[in-house]
Write a protein that binds this ligand. Structure first.
Ligand code: GDP
Ligand code: IMO
Ligand code: MG
Length: 429
């Protein structure tokens, strides 16, 4: 039996997972999202076309591939319908190849409202305000509404009523309880019809696919440092982007997942608040932001920019069993000299090799940098390792040395073609 692959981000998201999944997805039969929701924004550029996927796996852009939104995902029915319409209007055929788990939890308008209110009045995390945190909170509190529940009108009505009643003290500034209920109910019949057309027992589908020897690519959203358990808590998302969650979030047994590939950007970015030891000041940050088009694919917010932080990448490698890396956006660093990479932190005279748990200490870290020579020339046309400028090769070599895993892919542009395949023996290429 063949084993499956997880593709995940090793930093704070937006590493270029969409591009990598689109590239490797050719060898997959199924492409599966297992956590997160439409807080994700995965960009795919091919044949002069440009797409941003939020909830639907990036593999949907590969003709004939089947895609699953697993039980670990939180699904906003309105956002999903909009995304399906957007894709169909651009000639992407989805019929019969998109399945949404009956056990996935739904995001309802009140989750979005609560997310917005909490951002204003609680700890300001800089969330995407898509209702992700409040929906996962309900799931864990066992008052969540799953797709299966949503499809049963009487049950849905009761659950909705109870939840709105309990949450009303927080929402009362937005209008009357019955007004809110009516608003949600007005949209419900159409959304229910839509969701029932793609809802399925996806665990059974994937387990059958696994038994038949079909290949599954698990597409993570967000990044290792946004993981609610292993990230920079509380400045994280409310799910586990980590590889272990691929099993929990789909029902495919953990030992069937043999390959884990981490996507690492040649520098670091972060949207939203939270510690970011290698964040760099302007004018270099603005230069990289403009050159790399570093604006949120979901919210349009400017991303914070920093040097490559190998302590962060190393922790992602260890926690997720990453065996290969795909390095993206190396092209953006051309013309910058010297290049820096963080290999440890200093805190009050002490050298730290790991990201500390204390949020106070996290805010006070001083990065310890290694300097590397920069490269002046544009590398976007390079397709072979030997054609890369020596300084660029040394930059990649250092990443391998510090993380202990090979860089299998080097991406030098947005489109599929702008990629250098470095090592062979990877069965997904
Ligand atoms: P994701 O969330 O991990 O899929 O990443 P995003 O799509 O949010 O952000 C990555 C951005 O970088 C997108 O605009 C991609 O088109 C772009 N991108 C990906 N790889 C490369 C690359 O190697 N070079 C350049 N210049 N842009 C890239
Ligand atoms: P992709 O899949 C980058 C960040 C938000 C915020 C924090 C919590 O495109 O890499 P949430 O709305 O999830 O409760 O917000 O997480 N965040 C992301 N940052 N890329 C993402 O997804 C993100 N999804 C959430 O900015 O800091
Ligand atoms: Mg993104």
């Amino acid at each position: 039996m063949r084993a499956h692959l997880v593709v995940l981000g090793t930093q704070w998201g937006d590493e270029g997972k969409g591009k990598v999944v689109h590239l490797l997805g050719k060898r997959a039969d199924w492409i599966v999202r297992y956590q997160g929701g439409n807080n994700a924004g995965h960009t795919v550029v091919f044949d002069g076309r440009f797409f941003i996927l939020h909830l639907i796996p990036s593999g949907i852009l590969l003709p004939g591939k089947r895609c699953v939104i697993g039980n670990g995902v939180v699904v906003d029915p309105e956002a999903l319908r909009e995304e399906v319409r957007f894709l169909e209007a651009r000639g992407i055929r989805l019929r019969g190849r998109l399945y949404v788990s009956l056990a996935a939890h739904v995001i309802l308008p009140y989750h979005r409202w609560i997310d917005q209110i909490q951002e204003r009045t609680g700890v300001h995390l800089g969330t995407t305000q898509k209702g992700i945190g409040p929906a996962y909170a309900d799931k864990v509190a066992r008052i969540g509404i799953r797709v299966a529940d949503y499809l049963e009108p009487t049950l849905f009505q009761r659950l909705l009523h109870n939840n709105l009643r309990d949450k009303y003290p927080m929402l009362k500034g937005l209008g009357s309880l019955s007004g809110m209920e009516k608003k949600i109910f007005r949209a419900y019949p159409g959304l229910r019809r839509f969701l029932s057309s793609c809802a399925a027992d996806t665990t059974a589908l994937l387990q059958r696919a696994d038994r038949r020897g079909e290949r599954i690519l698990f597409e993570s959203a967000q990044g290792a440092l946004l993981d609610v358990d292993h990230g920079t808590y509380p400045f994280v998302t409310s799910s586990n982007p980590g590889a272990a969650a691929a099993s929990v979030g789909t029902g495919v047994a953990p030992q069937r997942i043999a390959e884990v590939l981490g996507v690492v950007k040649a520098f670091t970015t972060r949207v939203g608040t939270g510690p970011f030891p290698t964040q760099m000041p302007d004018p270099l940050a603005s230069y990289i932001r403009e050159k790399g088009k570093e604006y949120g694919a979901t919210t349009g917010r400017p991303r914070r920019i920093g040097w490559l932080d190998l302590v962060v990448v190393q922790s992602a490698v260890a926690t997720n069993g990453i065996r290969r890396l795909a390095l993206t956006k190396l092209d953006v660093l051309s013309g910058i000299h010297p290049l820096k990479m963080c290999v440890a932190y200093r805190h009050r005279g002490k050298l730290l090799k790991r990201f500390p748990a204390s949020r106070t200490v996290q805010q006070e870290l001083e990065p310890v940098y290694e300097h590397c020579p920069g490269f002046a020339e544009s590398i976007r046309q390079v397709r072979r390792w030997r054609e890369l400028p020596e300084a660029a090769r040394r930059f990649v070599d250092r990443i391998e040395r510090h993380t202990g895993v090979p860089v299998t892919l080097v991406s030098m542009g947005r489109s599929r073609e702008e990629t250098l395949v470095r090592t062979t023996g990877f069965q997904w290429l």
